[in-house]
Ligand binder design. Structure first.
Ligand code: NAD
Length: 269
């Protein structure tokens, strides 16, 4: 599939996990990709090499490069956009993927951790969305923004209060920006992954017992892969989703279906 042929895309947090898979999938579908990373340029360069290979394998041409920035820093975000526009000529799509979490009981949360999580997940997502919208408006062309939200946009996540709130806020940010800019050709949507095998889930992905416990809660009986989520981003970012805005599409193996209701325990039968 080449749904993204010639599209210029910036993917934040693309040196690992879902962001890495998105960068590779988008290049495979013909997009030129600015691969943002926060730290670890080596990993970002490795993603770039994989993305270029994927494009070559698919018989399409893609221009890919790495660009450093801390998305919670306004100046760094501005500079990341300036570099991306300078190298690609323009941007058509922003994938707002960067995200972090820090576990702690809510009564023990350190405000420095709170600020970091909200800083990357909400402030960072907004700073990038704002720059993308400014750019789309300046060139009077269509634009598409896709946030990487989470099932925790709607499912509370005890022990991860700042993360949970950040994803809840992301739902409102998606809808508000979508409504505000719908008449100017800018679509704003989100993808809400469930439990996906990525570095953010190191706590359980390499521990068979813990992984099995996680998967026991998922109606489809397994965690998802980054590649499965990247495919959903490709759809939502592309013109195939041209009449969709302000929506979160959950890709979660059924996690948002209230799995505890699989059996009729509440009906007394
Ligand atoms: P990950 O840890 O591999 O990816 C997070 C990325 O964010 C990393 O590349 C990291 O470098 C980047 N990042 C962190 N701080 C940054 C900063 N200040 N500036 C720029 N980039 C920064 O984990 P992942 O699972 O791929 O997470 C990607 C997104 O997916 C996150 O927003 C996360 O909330 C969301 N998500 C993940 C899951 C899951 O189960 N893995 C589920 C739902 C949502």
């Amino acid at each position: 599939m080449s749904r993204l042929l010639g599209k210029n895309v910036l993917v934040t947090g693309a040196s690992s996990g879902i962001g890495e898979a998105i960068a590779i999938r988008f290049a495979e579908e013909g997009a030129n990709v600015a691969i943002n990373y926060h730290s670890g340029q080596d990993r970002a360069e490795a993603v770039k090499a994989k993305a270029l290979d994927a494009a070559k394998g698919a018989g399409v041409t893609a221009k890919c490069f790495t660009v450093a920035a801390d998305v919670s820093d306004e100046q760094q975000v501005k500079s990341m956009f300036a570099t991306s526009v300078e190298k690609l000529g323009s941007l058509d799509i922003l994938i707002n993927n960067s995200g972090i979490q820090k576990p702690a009981a809510s009564d023990l949360v350190e405000m420095t951790d709170w600020d970091k999580v909200i800083g990357v997940n909400l402030r960072g997502a907004f700073l990038c969305a704002r720059e993308a919208i400014r750019h789309f408006l300046s060139r009077k062309a269509k634009g598409s923004i896709v946030f990487n939200s989470s099932v925790h946009e709607i499912i509370p996540k005890p022990l991860y209060i700042a993360y949970s709130i950040s994803k809840g806020g992301m739902e409102n940010m998606t809808k508000t920006l979508a409504l505000e800019y719908a008449d100017r050709g800018i679509r704003v949507n989100a993808i809400g992954p469930g439990a996906i095998v990525t570095p953010i889930n190191m706590a359980w992905i390499n521990d068979p017992k813990a992984k099995s416990e996680v998967e026991s809660h998922i109606p489809m009986g397994r965690a998802g892969t980054s590649e499965e989520i990247a495919g959903v981003f490709a759809f939502m970012a592309s013109d195939e989703a041209s009449y969709i805005t302000g929506q979160t599409l959950f890709a979660c193996g059924g996690l948002t279906l209230y799995p505890e209701f699989r059996t009729a325990w509440s009906s007394g039968e």
